[in-house]
Design a protein. Structure first.
Length: 223
């Protein structure tokens, strides 16, 4: 990221690009982000893809930053003051600072500076702005003014696509029988599927084995 320096090592995950995002029912959100919508609020539960999309947007040309509020909260709200003049700011887990007046005012300043300077901003929350516990009316107003998109969790078909896509990106072939086996046993979330893919990659490499049901069974049902 071509951004002002942060006091901790924040890095984008290697796989967080628009091309690697499996949208499922969220194609409209992906399209809005990829084509440069000025102000968006993404609402969704854990594992719905909010962070993936914000990091992907932060890879676009220009001076961009991904700011995970939950990780930054111990550094004080003044840390946000350096980011209002960027071309794009992805504000992740904004409701992590709900109820903290100084943080809310810092967010409000950043959003207003981005608006007046023709910068783009996108925020993610787990709940609607009116239900998130913000105490600053103007911040709630700015978040409601943006285009709100609720992210839906992936259905079984999309989770299977995600599983096979992430394995293929690691050069691993996945038979359909393995995908069916996994979907009957893994938690129905993108995060759980990605965690399993990473475990399969390590196990396959260590044992020099192909992706098979016995290999996956050893990971899901350890003795």
């Amino acid at each position: 990221m071509n951004t002002p320096q942060l006091p901790l090592g924040l890095q984008l995950a290697e796989s967080t690009e628009f091309a690697s995002f499996v949208p499922g029912a969220n194609a409209a959100v992906l399209d809005a982000l990829a084509h440069g919508a000025d102000a968006l609020v993404l609402i969704g539960s854990a594992g719905s893809g909010k962070t993936h999309l914000l990091q992907a947007a932060s890879r676009q040309p220009g001076r961009c930053a991904w700011l995970p509020l939950r990780q930054l909260i111990d550094h004080g709200p003044e840390i946000l003051d350096a980011f209002g003049s960027l071309d794009f700011v992805g504000l992740d887990d904004v409701d992590a600072v709900a109820g903290e007046a100084a943080w809310e005012l810092a967010l409000l300043r950043l959003i207003d500076q981005a608006r007046t300077g023709s910068g783009r901003w996108v925020a993610s929350l787990s709940r609607h702005p009116d239900a998130a516990g913000f105490v600053t009316p103007d911040l709630r107003s700015r978040l409601r003014w943006a285009a709100l998109h609720r992210l839906e969790l992936l259905d079984e078909s999309a989770l299977g696509m995600l599983f096979e896509q992430r394995l293929a990106a690691r050069g691993l072939r996945c038979p359909e029988s393995v995908t069916r086996y996994v979907l009957r046993r893994v938690s129905r979330s993108a995060a759980a599927v990605i965690t399993l893919v990473e475990a399969i990659d390590r196990a396959s490499l260590a044992a020099q084995r192909e992706v098979t049901i016995p290999l996956v069974r050893e990971l899901l049902e350890p003795r």
